[in-house]
Design a protein around this ligand. Structure first.
Ligand code: CTP
Ligand code: MG
Length: 256
């Protein structure tokens, strides 16, 4: 079974509000895009990568990102389009005809683990379509444009979709073809597959698999990277022991 990863990296990062697009910003001295590509290249199940970049960045990415950082699994760099969906569609056209599974992963999610990528690929091979996601932690409200809360959603059934999302190649190609034909716009790829009547499998992801969208995400990313480097990440997963900083009666409850 052959899996190709498509990495949309053609956005301008308008919510980050920086001159340089967020996928090229430095995270501990390395572009965010390089962190993401390295994570995908480390997955044995991913055979090759197709990176989609803004047309004006094609040669810069080839000469200043892929070559110097030694990214060898990246087989194609293709120009993207106006919206994410257009960029993914451009990437799909460059995917080798003999690929069985297409894994789509945002360039700005650098903390993806090999284990979750492989789980996503396996689920797509079994069911046709799969996405990583996490249950919401906050209470979710439906709000009118003029700011009135009209509904509280049932939190137990609401998940936040992440990437990677993986698909059998024929399914994702048909989903994009039909969305394009119908002028349908979705913010992720499973939303296009849903229109075909196919229920994608939700794979429990990782709250640490953040999408770098605004400035504070970059600060969080620096911290996550430091924790990862020192192996302290396990503490955020409930292992290890937090030290109590409280005084008085409350402190006693935390003491062994
Ligand atoms: N993307 C893309 N082509 C576009 C728009 C987005 O390939 N025309 C990519 C981004 O580069 C990013 C991913 O899709 O890796 C997720 O999109 P998002 O977080 O929305 O990034 P931007 O569109 O760049 O940011 P913003 O929406 O704030 O402008
Ligand atoms: Mg966007």
């Amino acid at each position: 079974m052959k899996t190709v990863a498509v990495v949309p990296a053609a956005g301008s990062g308008s919510r980050m509000n920086r001159e340089v697009s967020k996928q090229y910003l430095s995270l501990a001295g390395k572009p965010v895009l390089v962190h993401t590509l390295e994570a995908l290249e480390a997955c044995p199940g991913v055979e090759s990568l197709c990176v989609v970049v803004a047309p004006q960045d094609l040669s810069t990415v080839r000469d200043e990102v892929l070559a110097p950082w030694g990214l060898r699994k990246t087989a194609a760099i293709v120009p993207g389009g106006r919206e994410r969906q257009d960029s993914v569609r451009a990437g799909l056209e460059a995917v080798a005809r003999d690929a069985d599974i297409v894994l789509i992963h945002d360039a700005v999610r650098p903390f993806i683990s090999t284990e979750l990528v492989e789980r996503c690929i396996r689920a797509a091979a079994e069911t046709g379509a799969a996405a990583l996601g996490v249950p919401v932690k906050d209470t979710v409200k439906e709000v009118t444009p003029d700011g009135r809360i009209v509904k509280t959603c049932d939190r137990t059934v609401i998940w936040l979709a992440q990437t990677p999302q993986a698909f059998r190649r024929d399914i994702i190609e048909r989903a994009h073809r039909e969305a394009f034909r119908d002028g349908f716009r979705g913010t992720d790829d499973t939303s296009l597959v849903e229109r075909l009547g196919i229920a994608a499998r939700m794979i429990p992801g990782d709250y640490g698999n953040i999408k770098i969208t605004t400035l504070e995400d970059l600060a969080v990313a620096e911290v996550l990277l430091r924790l990862k480097a020192t192996g302290e990440r396990r503490r955020t997963n409930g292992e290890g022991r937090e030290s109590a900083v409280l005084r008085g009666p409350m402190r006693k409850r935390f003491e062994p």
